[in-house]
Design a protein around this ligand. Structure first.
Ligand code: KIV
Length: 277
């Protein structure tokens, strides 16, 4: 598992075995995710919510994303590392999209970038791919433009909007994306999209028929408590364990139990006597 994942390998897994992807924003968690053998690590703009305590993913910019992406890349030996293009880097500034995508690859050592669907997505995606930067698409519930989608709601619930999603997926495949995230899409529509594409789909709230699954790591670890979408499975409640450890430290300090001799340094008796003279 020491060899580095390649785009071609990710694509070749379609129909053979399921793919795994998790988010990371720092060195220690990226290192653990990599050691566990996860295929892809996404430096998601969800960093805004789960790390920086912001309300919207649109509140993070290139500076924050590159800072976190650099820390993740330093830790990763195996997984494919994907930088999530923040709102300002291509939707707000379309003319800067290639320059910003290059920063993820050259400065932060990412292997690819991810872009959320919006009206100019095909044109922007094409430009980035022409610059030889691999792109992962993202359709369905796209948080950067959630206000235009009626809020944080499941997408493609009626035939007309489902058809639009199928069309968007086809366009992204034709444009050259190596994979597509499907967020909050009914499972049968996700299945239809998955079966109609040659490239792998990675689902989040899109059911079991996708080619792979992604979750925000802080959600699955129980480290983010502000809200919990229906599609999140908490595999552990780390917040509870961390709180317990911190309270124990506080109590031991107050009671003079920490540090014990085991965690203290001593001085030789003769030196001690000398200083007391
Ligand atoms: O920002 C993010 O974490 C994401 C995933 C939910 C796919 O885009």
């Amino acid at each position: 598992m020491n060899s580095k994942m390649k785009i071609e390998e990710i694509m070749a897994h379609k129909g053979k075995r399921k793919l795994t992807m998790l988010t990371a924003y720092d060195y220690p968690l990226a290192s653990l995710i990599d050691r566990a053998g996860i295929d892809m690590i996404l430096i998601g703009d969800s960093v805004a919510n789960v790390i920086l305590g912001l309300e919207s993913t649109n509140q993070v910019g290139m500076q924050e994303m590159i800072h976190h992406a650099k820390a993740v890349s330093r830790a990763v030996k195996h997984a494919l590392v994907i930088g999530d293009m923040p709102y300002e880097s291509y939707q707000l500034n379309p003319e800067e999209c290639v320059k910003n995508a290059k920063r993820f690859i050259e400065e932060a050592r990412c292997d690819a970038v991810k872009l959320e669907w919006f009206e100019r997505c095909p044109e922007i995606t094409e430009k980035i791919i022409k610059a030889r930067i691999p792109v992962m698409g993202h359709i369905g519930l796209t948080p950067q433009t959630a206000d235009k989608l009626g809020g944080f709601k499941v997408q493609g619930k009626d035939a007309e909007s489902a058809r639009r999603l199928i069309e968007q997926a086809k366009i992204l495949e034709e444009t050259g994306c190596f994979s597509i995230v499907l967020e909050c899409v009914p499972d049968r529509i996700a299945q239809l999209i998955t079966e109609s594409l040659k490239i792998p789909t990675i689902g989040i709230g899109a059911g079991v028929f996708c080619d792979g699954q992604v979750l925000v790591t802080h959600d699955l670890l129980g480290l983010f408590e502000r809200f919990k979408p229906k599609f999140v499975k908490r595999y552990i409640n780390l917040s509870e364990l961390i709180l317990k450890a911190i309270e124990e430290f506080k109590n031991e300090v107050i009671e003079g139990k920490f540090p014990s001799l085991e965690h203290s340094f001593s001085i030789k008796e003769e030196e001690w006597r000398k200083i007391q003279k």
